[in-house]
Unconditional design. Sequence first.
Length: 211
Amino acid sequence: MPDLHANMPIAHAGDDLKTARCAVILLHGRGSSAEDILGLAENFYNKRIAFLAPQAANNTWYPYSFLAPIEQNEPWLSSAIARVTGLVQNCMAAGIQRNSIVVCGFSQGACLATESVARHPAHYGALIAFTGGLIGPSDLELQHDGSLAATRALFSSGDPDPHVPWPRVEASARELERMGAQVELMRHPGRPHTIAKEELEVARSLIFSLL
């Protein structure tokens, strides 16, 4: 299968990987860009943090809803997950421990972040899912093998949200908690499809705890 996202550019901000204490991988939403999501780095800036934002091919990680049958989103989805796991490996090769790596995304990027961490479980610094959850149709059993013990996870979303149903956010949080993650769940009634100030504050505290 074609590796659709493999050769797309990566936007960088903050410290160099070789000298950083912590790395934050930022995953943009559908129709957005690496440069857009990299703007979040302003809220999390610290001179010891390296920020990496990969660009999705055609500005989308996969073509259909994250609730569509998984096979409909292939080979895009597998390529997207490989891109995330490859960036994690690059950070580790540069000397950053996995437990100092944060995988963070918004909307489609949050779904990709959650699915990538669940499919490749280990002790990550954190998962931050701004309006997202595990990928697959509503009737799919959300069960993954492996342990996320000591990984901290933040799930934060509006309810209702036009793209991500709150029950899927809750179910995803439960599954990662079952896998051993330390999960914080934030529900924002009536919040539009965006990232609110209070969400950024919680995420910043989580990231800075790794320094």
